[in-house]
Design a protein around this ligand. Sequence first.
Ligand code: NAD
Length: 373
Amino acid sequence: MKSLSRRSFIQNLGMGIGATAIGSSIPFSSLQPPFNTKPAGRKLNIALCGLGRYAGILAEGFAFSQYCRLAGIVTGTPAKAEAWKKQYNIPQQNIYDYQHFDEIAANKDIDLVYVVLPNAMHKEYVIRAAKAGKHVISEKPLATSVKDAEEMIKACKDAHVQLAVGYRLHYEPFNMELKRMGQEKVFGPVRLIEASLGYKVDSNKEWRLHKAMSGGGPLMNLGIYCIQASRYILGEEPVSVTAQFNPVISKEIFNEVEASITWQMNFPSDAVSNCTSSYTSNIDRVYAAAENGFFELSPAISYGPFKGSSSKGAFNFSTSINQQAAQMDAIGKLLLENKTLPSHISGEEGLKDNRIMAAIYEAAETGRKVSLV
Ligand code: NAD
């Protein structure tokens, strides 16, 4: 297994070229977006809120985007504002700090706010963006609690704006091939999934290791992808979970969040998914065992280049995309057409994962099986 530090994990993101947009749509009639018509060639104007590492990768993605434009930024650091303004040619009137962020309500040049802040800050900025009349994408996890996720969904509904979660893998062809193979039962019904994602963290300077900001450890940050993969391969929702915290190697670093966690999800078809997310080891794989064969990806989640195979041999397609552009374009195209975003990236989808993660933590803490129905 190729060593996967946090740095290379992040660097591998956005390495692809070109852009593919995949997305289903249904009429968008009940909501009133902040714009009503789509002038020819108009792009969706996005403001990135929080200019950390992942925002930098999203910013690179705009270069490959057909439907979206980096139009604004929200940052608390004047030096960053200046650097981004120059690098991405952002007009001064589209630059906000956190105190003045609500003034974005009056800015017709911004259609959507993409919240790329630490997990616990998603709620405040999603709700403020919604109240300002902007559509919102929140990075994953949607929230750090079920209650917060519910409040965020309600705020967006009340403001008649759409809420999406940055689930980029729904626009990544290798993962969508796993979904197809699972849901179309290409090798018969899937009985067992093994999904793991981990990289080594050896400093506690990161907000990710502080529970108030992260909401939890690798489960919240990485395990959410394993939950997603299990759900989209099976096309089912888990009915119960069991979970175990793995031994903590460095108690000094992992004194607020788990270092590593393993959990099992049971599904209505009797399929089982066994997953691990970890800050103590490098792993990135999804494996599905069906009645008549298997299919797998490794690397599977952390930006590739992806490698897939099945009991019939290696995946016979090779495609490299910019995942961020593909994800934003799918969203941008639908919003420009005043259509509803698909349910698999909706706020409700993020809420489902928050419910499952809460149950996993409860199971690990109590040692009991926790029902989700
Ligand atoms: P980061 O630490 O690199 O960036 C966070 C940004 O928030 C920084 O610019 C920081 O200045 C700003 N910030 C504002 N107030 C802060 C505060 N009180 N404490 C800490 N930072 C504060 O983090 P990141 O890796 O960019 O992650 C941001 C979000 O994006 C997270 O929710 C994460 O889960 C998500 N993410 C998603 C992917 C993906 O592949 N979809 C990849 C990485 C991160």
